[in-house]
Design a protein around this ligand. Structure first.
Ligand SMILES: [Zn+2]
Length: 281
């Protein structure tokens, strides 16, 4: 083992020990851990109905989240490149337009959790930049909209989809929602909200935090902040009209709760958030 490798390992172990120490105290209210899952580079802004000049940033980040609640945990999304495809030395791996260097499970471990500890698992939607490690969470209860699940397990689903990355979910314990919201822990503090349009059963998660107030983990309801200000819809929506309705519903919800929207792919939003073992509460 080289000194560099030893130093990296020692840091990881120290971070894990610290995090496990924290996680043993069950928090009084929900907290959100933010995980880094790389970037999407080189997309054509025209895909999103923008010109290059109209966007502040064209590149996107990939993120996923762990919500820890006194009654359990909810993992939301699962990264863009599977941990098994990433390198031990932390160097970048590129698959298509997606690049990543940090595996997800060590980040989860830094929060104090292994996949088998996770109570609930939800995807914002089935696109492959969100599902890479989904199979790891098949022992959790999968929260999914019926229309999304039907699409995912159709005979030969087409589009931005890699069924092998989530195949194990087929037999997971599943909470199927029929275009409905779900109060995950029964106290209204963590609610999965149906927001179809980008895909047949896209969903976001609203979290009521003691310090930050209401936060909506927005999945791909938007990709760029400029979509929010202009009302433009990407070219590759499953149903653009549904997207408009879902966006209007969440904007209204944010207004009434004075909530913040975290656009999952937005570089600036992501950069401003603490990363594991830090958290937001
Ligand atoms: Zn996406």
């Amino acid at each position: 083992m080289t000194w560099q490798r030893f130093a990296v390992l020692a840091t990881l172990v120290a971070a894990a020990v610290t995090a496990i120490g924290c996680a043993q105290q069950t928090p009084a209210g929900p907290r959100i851990y933010v995980f880094e899952n790389g970037a999407i580079r080189g997309l054509d802004p025209a895909l999103f109905n923008f010109t290059r000049e109209e966007l502040k940033e064209v590149d996107l980040v990939n993120a996923s989240y762990l919500i820890v609640h006194p009654r359990g945990t909810l993992m939301f999304d699962a990264g863009a490149i599977a941990d098994a495809h990433l390198k031990d030395d932390g160097s970048e791996v590129t698959e298509g337009v997606v690049t990543a260097s940090k595996p997800l499970l060590p980040q989860l471990a830094a929060a104090g959790y292994a996949p088998r500890d996770i109570t609930y698992f939800a995807l914002s939607h089935f696109h492959s930049d969100h599902t890479a490690n989904a199979n790891e969470f098949a022992s959790a209860t999968w929260i999914v909209q019926k229309a999304e699940r039907d699409f995912m397990f159709a005979d030969s689903p087409q589009g931005i989809i890699q069924p092998a990355t989530y195949a194990a979910l087929r037999n997971a314990e599943t909470k199927i929602l029929d275009n409905a919201d779900f109060d995950v822990f029964g106290d209204g503090s963590v609610v999965v909200m149906a927001t179809p349009g980008h895909t047949p059963g896209h969903q976001v998660v609203a979290v009521k935090l003691a310090n930050r107030g209401t936060v909506v983990l927005g999945g791909d309801l938007y990709h760029y902040p400029e979509e929010r200000t202009t009302g433009r819809i990407p070219t590759f929506e499953f149903n653009a009209e549904q997207s408009r309705v879902s966006r209007a519903r969440i904007e209204e919800y944010l207004k009434t709760t004075n909530g913040a929207l975290w656009i999952e792919h937005d570089i600036a939003t992501h950069a401003a958030l603490p990363k594991v073992p830090g958290y937001v509460d």
